[in-house]
Design a protein around this ligand. Structure first.
Ligand SMILES: NC(=O)c1ccc[n+]([C@@H]2O[C@H](COP(=O)([O-])OP(=O)(O)OC[C@H]3O[C@@H](n4cnc5c(N)ncnc54)[C@H](O)[C@@H]3O)[C@@H](O)[C@H]2O)c1
Length: 303
């Protein structure tokens, strides 16, 4: 096991992000328990995780055989019984007990406040007092989620990026009640899984979304005003500032609807500089959502 990696890590929600987070800790040598909402979702999470572990083995990102990595994972359900290891025998476990003994649990259920409150409160009940709870929320204030907890000082944000295996960055989000000593521990964990931490005070959009969306919105306003074409605006940032991908292509990749949602939240909390441009609203209303719909600022059908 890589030094500094917690021995046993829990992940609540094994979707796109949860499976990626589980992947990162398994590769670093932790035992990982993934809690899903029901047996079907657990089977899907298991398939997702095994597939991404298989890709890492094929890419030689690890020297451990796939079977060894799979043995380090238990996928279980929030409600009833364990459905066993990622691809192995199933064994019954009482509800909630699977998370017991984890020194770190990261919540990655969908971005709904009530769902996250329930998942976090449930996890806190079965964890030791010394365990740390974290959330992967992209937009809900840490202090708001902490309201569901009896020990808010043991709670912070660990904001991973998609796709987790290929992304270097993790934002450590420090809530009002977070014990400052946790920040150094979190830095150690993030470094131990081979990623780079940045520490951010709990604030709208953290560091990454706030700056990324600000740039994207200004680029959209420039298209709206006819300043330059999307390709030229992107080239200006790619060649002039060495951004690997320009702000409009990034918007296409993220999804215009997703960006609009974040802009609306930032607008409500930070003011008019995040007001979504009319062009963005029109494109979303027209179904021009970017890569996923085949068309955004670029045509994606043939790419
Ligand atoms: N997708 C991204 O690019 C991205 C990036 C950074 C952060 N996030 C954040 O990560 C979180 C998860 O996003 P995602 O894209 O992985 O979503 P997702 O829908 O792919 O995964 C969510 C998973 O949670 C499971 N789930 C639902 N209710 C549950 C419950 N009560 N107990 C256990 N599991 C439950 C679902 O079955 C699903 O597998 C969100 O807060 C999101 O804002 C997403």
């Amino acid at each position: 096991m890589t030094a500094g990696v917690p021995a046993r890590v829990g992940v609540i929600g094994g979707g796109r992000m949860g499976a990626g987070i589980a992947h990162a800790f398994v590769l670093a040598g932790a035992e990982v328990v993934v809690v899903e909402r029901d047996a079907d979702a657990a089977a899907a999470a298991s398939a997702r995780l095994v597939e991404s572990l298989r890709r890492s083995v094929e890419r030689s990102a690890t020297e451990r055989p796939l079977a060894d990595l799979e043995r380090a994972v238990t996928i279980t359900t929030a409600s009833a019984r364990s459905v066993g290891a990622a691809r192995g025998a199933s064994e019954l476990e009482p509800p909630g007990s699977a998370l017991a003994g984890c020194s770190l649990v990261i919540e990655a259920v969908p971005e709904q406040r009530e769902l996250k409150h329930a998942a976090l409160a449930h996890a806190e009940e079965v964890l030791d007092d010394a365990a740390v709870l974290a959330t992967n929320t992209s937009s809900i204030p840490i202090s708001d989620l902490a309201a569901a907890l009896a020990r808010p000082e043991r709670f912070l944000g660990l904001h991973f990026f998609n796709p987790v295996p290929a992304s270097q960055l993790v934002e450590i989000v420090v809530g009002e009640a977070t014990d400052p000593a946790l920040v150094d521990r979190a830095r150690g964990w993030v470094t131990a899984i081979g990623k780079t931490p940045v520490v951010v005070r709990d604030s709208p959009g953290f560091a990454s979304s706030r700056l990324g969306v600000a740039l994207g919105l200004e680029a959209i306003r420039m298209v709206e005003e006819g300043v330059a074409s999307p390709a030229d605006i992107d080239a200006a940032m790619e060649l002039g500032y060495r951004h690997p991908v320009g702000p409009l292509r990034t918007t296409d990749l993220v999804g215009l609807d997703v960006r609009l949602g974040i802009a609306e939240q930032l607008h409500a909390r930070l003011g008019d500089r995040f007001a979504p441009p009319q062009l963005l609203r029109r494109m979303v209303a027209d179904g021009r959502l970017g890569r996923k719909s085949g068309r955004g600022f670029y045509e994606w059908s043939e790419q």
